[in-house]
Design a protein around this ligand. Structure first.
Ligand SMILES: Cc1cc2nc3c(=O)[nH]c(=O)nc-3n(C[C@H](O)[C@H](O)[C@H](O)COP(=O)(O)O)c2cc1C
Length: 205
C-alpha cells in the first residue's frame, strides 16, 4: 500500500470543482488531490523523475481491475501444475506492477487482477491466450480507486464451492463496467472477495 503524507491547508476551490467531486462521496478530497497531482506530473515531467513518491501516487490514483471466472482443462488437474502456473504468473505480474488473487475449487477459477491499466492489459492478454483453461467469463474490466492486494503478486487460495459461487455470482460492475462505488466499499463482489481473503489469511497467520 502506498502511504502518502498530506498536509492540511485552507484552500479555496471553484464551485464547479466542488460540485463535481463532492457528490462522488467519501474520499472526494483524495480523488480531487489525485487529479491535481496528475496535472502537476503531466506539466512537470522533470519534477516527477525526482519524486518517486509522486510517480507511485499517480499510478495509485489511476488503477484498473479485471475479474473473471474460468474452468481448468486436464492440464491443470494437479496441484503441481497449478503451482507451476502461479510461479510464472507471479514473476510476470510483478514485472507489470499487477497484484491480485486466484481462487480455485474443483477445476473452477476466479481471478481478480489490479494495477496500472497497461500492466493489467498485458497480464489479462496472457490469461486470455492461456490454453490451460476455457470458458472464461469476464465479470469486471474497469477503473478502480485503489489496490486491495498490494502484498500479493498473485495470491492463491483453495475456496469452498459455496464461497467461489457466491463471489462469482455477486454483482461486480455497473453498466459502465465500473466498480459500483468510487470507494469500492459497496461493491458486493469485492466486499465478498475481501471478506473471504481476510478470513483465509487470518486463519493461516
Ligand atoms: C486460471 C489462470 C490464471 C492465470 N493467471 C495469470 C497471471 O496472473 N499472470 C500471468 O502472467 N499469467 C497468468 N495465466 C497465464 C499463464 O501464464 C499461462 O497459462 C502460461 O503462460 C501457460 O500457457 P498455457 O496455459 O497456454 O499452457 C493464467 C492462466 C490461467 C489458466
Amino acid at each position: 500500500m502506498v502511504v502518502a503524507t498530506t498536509n492540511r491547508a485552507r484552500v479555496r476551490h471553484s464551485c464547479e470543482l466542488l460540485a463535481h467531486f463532492k457528490p462522488t462521496g467519501d474520499g472526494w478530497q483524495a480523488r480531487m488531490d489525485g487529479v491535481l497531482l496528475q496535472c502537476v506530473a503531466r506539466h512537470n515531467k522533470s519534477a516527477m523523475s525526482h519524486e518517486p513518491w509522486l510517480t507511485r501516487l499517480i499510478e495509485f490514483t489511476t488503477m484498473h481491475a479485471v475479474a473473471y471466472v474460468s474452468s481448468a482443462t486436464q492440464r491443470l488437474a494437479t496441484p503441481q501444475s497449478i503451482d507451476r502456473l502461479l510461479t510464472g504468473a507471479c514473476s510476470f505480474n510483478q514485472a507489470c506492477g499487477v497484484t491480485g488473487v486466484l481462487l480455485h475449487q474443483g477445476g473452477n477459477f476466479f481471478q481478480y487482477l489490479e494495477g496500472p491499466p497497461e500492466g493489467v492489459a498485458q497480464v489479462y492478454a496472457r490469461v486470455k491466450r492461456a490454453t490451460s483453461h476455457h470458458g472464461l467469463i469476464e465479470l469486471l474490466n474497469g477503473p478502480v480507486e485503489q489496490r486491495h492486494f498490494s502484498a500479493w503478486s498473485m495470491g492463491f487460495a483453495e475456496a469452498t464451492r459455496s464461497d467461489l459461487q457466491r463471489i462469482a455470482q455477486a454483482s461486480w460492475a455497473n453498466e459502465l463496467g465500473r466498480i459500483s462505488s468510487a470507494a469500492n466499499a459497496d461493491n458486493p463482489g469485492l466486499v465478498m472477495l475481501l471478506d473471504f481473503w481476510r478470513r483465509g489469511t487470518r486463519a493461516t497467520g
